[in-house]
Write a protein that binds this ligand. Sequence first.
Ligand code: NPG
Length: 360
Amino acid sequence: MTSSLDAVELLRVRLPLVRPFTTSFGTSTEKECVLVRAVGGDGAEGWGECTAMERPGYSYEWTGSVWPMLRDHLVPATLAGRESGVRGHNMAKAALEVALTDLELRRSGISLASHLGADRDRVPCGVSLGMEDHVEDLLALVGRFLDAGYRRVKLKIEPGRDVDVVRAVREAFPDAPLSVDANAAYTRETADALLPLDGLGLEYVEQPLPEDDLSGHAHLQERMRTALCLDETVTSSLVARGAIELGACRIINVKLGRVGGPAEALAIRDLAVAAGVALWVGGMLETGIGRAANVALAAIPGFTLPGDTSGSDRYFERDLTEPFVVAADGTMAVPAGPGIGVDPIPEVLEKAVVERAMLR
Ligand code: NPG
């Protein structure tokens, strides 16, 4: 795969978000990420977006760590045709793997979705809403996205901003498909606060406890009727196996970046399907480059629940690519063109780039 790779360019980009996004670990007002452009000797190129955010809140990886990781370790090893020997840093690895795969697939005219084994050309979409200071604002947002056809609305929670907020949303929208996401904000000591969520008809409670507390999740799942979904915890198929064996979740959110790329995502899919664990594709406020890969993954067998694959307009005034659009039935088209099936729009990309490095 590396034989006809000439160079790899790293681009750090920033795009303003249409609305601040608040989770239990902080607020983002803009999207910053690193893009990887793989350049072949034949002039072909491949793109990958690194999911790491502008600070290490969701995981230890952030734009400031993935840049030197790619520049000094992963890309030089790939250009030299050797293993990097790097432990961890899955988000940096995944971005490079997707860019190299995109390069190969564009040359052979095959879409990433077909390459991964997709069996549909549209995927059901959910939306993840950040915390709002005023519950009326949250209710208005929930109503707007349900009216737009979204098939599931996920609410961010943290200790002190949980059951009351969710109950208010449930009362306003009695039949809406709702879930909640704590981004690891509870502990075994504070998790009892989550038990009343069982009465609110949620599809699942996502990542209530710290990412390394597998058995804590298993104990909590025993005490709750509502399914637990794991996100941050599942960094590999080995961890997924442990989670499934312990009964730590009934659902897994798969993110290409967190698990280190498409190959590991497929391994997790195989384990989950065999165990009857449901799957969906998560999101990290990606631009169209990363979204394209997410949507391709969401189209493969085993991914049955709506993902955090929202329309571009939910994030950006102007996306880096042609916008992804959610239709009135709450579905989005899977890109069918070669590779990830989308390209950055040159003038939008130029405006967004804050740093670049060409590695040969
Ligand atoms: O629509 O892409 C999206 C956002 C989905 O909630 C979302 N992502 O924990 O999954 C998460 C969360 C997140 C957002 C994580 C921002 C990190 C930063």
